[in-house]
Write a protein that binds this ligand. Sequence first.
Ligand code: ADP
Ligand code: ASP
Ligand code: MG
Length: 403
Amino acid sequence: MLRVLKFGGTSVGTLDRIQNVAEIIKKFRNQGDDIIAVVSAMSGETNKLIEYAESYTKTPKSDELDMLLSSGERVTSALLSIALNSQGYKATSMSGRQAGIVTDSAHTKARIESIDTSGMKDAIADGNIIIVAGFQGVSQDTGRVSTLGRGGSDLTAVAIAGAIEADLCEIYTDVDGIYTTDPRIEPKAKKLNAISYDEMLELASLGAKVLQNRSVEMAKKLNVNLVSRSSFTPDVEGTLITKEEEIMEKPIVSGIALDRSQVRVGMYGVTDRPGIASAIFTALADANINVDMIVQTVGVDGKTDLDFTIPTTDWEICKTVMEKFKGETENIDYNDKICKVSIVGVGMKSHTGVASKAFTALGSENINIRIISTSEIKISMIIDEKYAELAVRALHDAYELDK
Ligand code: ADP
Ligand code: ASP
Ligand code: MG
């Protein structure tokens, strides 16, 4: 059996933790499995490197940032390989490039274009355990190292599992699976035995960083058998992320997500002419900014207000883009003291009253909702950041997710 195992930052956060990972790998190896392990940087390392770069400038050159950030994963991949080799297990570490991962040139959030698995296959045939540095590849155009966005080692693991047709892709982290909400916020959260790709994709996209959203998208596309579990309690079964049809019990609401890393951009008194929204959002898209919720108010006297949210990481670039629209806007302001709480569940498709329950729950805690958006399987609300945790717990209670 070919297993792809991914170990996140806390799972490789110290030398002892790396040894613990080595033990997990050795156990599967002793069973006769082939193994490709993907590792993150030690926890806190990527943030530290970003801080170093930002001590010089808020907008470091993105390919240089990738050169810097990719180093964290290389450290842990080499250390894990050194540990395994020293304990009598044949292993080889590989950078993203050596693992054959080719990306586009959108540095710091590059997309994987292809994976040439021949190097990994040869190494496995040669009897090696492979340890891949997660979160990185090589840009096809520039030949420079690229990174896959925060949390991108999950994507490395899933993409490799898909490309090499592994039997299983297990994502080891510091919680033993996917819970109804972040168990750090709501201790009453319940672990799910299984969750559909679509629900997991929504939860991940809406802030549940337990899996990177692009990795879930890729798992769905390539039909990867994905499991989320803990390296701290490797004997506890995790959560299976799978096709909706495979899941027996389908609750109306499966989970609550919280995203604190959003900025609300308010454009007030925008000239209300045909094509203005297109001009603004095309400019933002051209700058690679992921615009999320958009609200436009009814125009009065040829003027309208436009509100939208963006990831905090795109704030600086967004300000530059907004410069172009100063002439057509009375005022532009930014508010990062907000957060987005979301409710996700496939059962919403066929039930009524799900949204009103959420609004009532927040209302009875005196929490004002500033923007609402819905889709088939989710409801998202922008509220003041100071109510973030209270809102999550109130919603968790309202849908009785602890039952
Ligand atoms: P890693 O470093 O292993 O990639 P992350 O920190 O990225 O780990 O993700 C794991 C964390 O995700 C957990 O510690 C937990 O606090 C958080 N989390 C958020 N939402 C959920 C959820 N619904 N279920 C489980 N964990 C969640
Ligand atoms: N080290 C990277 C990050 O912190 C990638 C990862 O851990 O998945 O975002
Ligand atoms: Mg992660």
